[in-house]
Design a protein around this ligand. Sequence first.
Ligand code: C2E
Ligand code: CA
Ligand code: CA
Ligand code: CA
Length: 275
Amino acid sequence: AKKTGGNKVTIYSEKLSQSSIERPRLEAHLRKAIENEKIEVFYQPKINLKSGTIFGAEALVRWTDAEFGFVPPDVFIPIAEDTGLIQPLWELVMKLACSQVSKWNAARPQPLSISVNFSARQFQEPVLMLQKVKEILAESQLLPKNLEIEITESILLSNSSEIVQALESLKDIGIAVSIDDFGTGYSSLSYLKDLPINTLKIDKSFIQNINENHENAEIPEAIINLARSLHLDVIAEGVEEEYQKDFLLSKNCVQMQGYLFSKPLSKEEFEKLFI
Ligand code: C2E
Ligand code: CA
Ligand code: CA
Ligand code: CA
């Protein structure tokens, strides 16, 4: 176990992620959990330091199994992606998150935007994906402009016309697209200019390298400048320390997410604090 030392659940989870023997059982439990909607969505606030407001939240899936205990998304998302379960899981997360935020927005003067993580799998059947997105927006009565999708660079790497078309269609509906973990892919930057993308999300590994003296900040600074010259929004994730926040502010990157402001919260906690 990495951080928690003697924590049983964590040790078990690490074993799980490696064990090919446990995987089929974990998969079976996950399938059941999705079927029975025994999956939760947590919400992590996205802050704009300039306006001092929470303008949105990222939806992060949570699963606690009766037998396996808490299973981190880094363990079960790859399994879901390998087995096709990512499709029903994605639908469930979309449904839960969109309807929840739509409810919250009815009680707020300023609407929140909800960011949902999309896997590559969603883009393998873009027509189906778009149809589902429209369906869920209609059912939840969430305005499309209050939905953002987060995708990783790897999805853009394939550079297929189908994916570009899917992104264009999302944009046409009014949905925003953010590139997650930006800077960790080894991609050519040329796609950024031509694709309908709204935001670069600086990967937390780069933010966490920034120290008290604002050293090791070349990459975040370069990404902030890149975003600016391409007229894209930029947000930093994994902001844990005041000095990281201060550095970002000094470079005029005002959108942030991280433990410094809030951990991902259950819907009850989020509601109590922010709605
Ligand atoms: P991600 O999309 O890069 O999400 C950010 C992760 O960083 C989350 O971990 C979040 O809890 C964590 N985090 C937030 N602030 C901080 C901070 O200040 N410091 C540190 N060290 N970490 C912070 P989480 O919730 O465990 O999710 C891990 C990954 O699992 C996500 O990375 C995403 O790739 C995937 N994931 C989570 N929910 C979903 C989902 O609904 N669908 C899909 N396809 N993937 C998901
Ligand atoms: Ca994300
Ligand atoms: Ca990320
Ligand atoms: Ca990630």
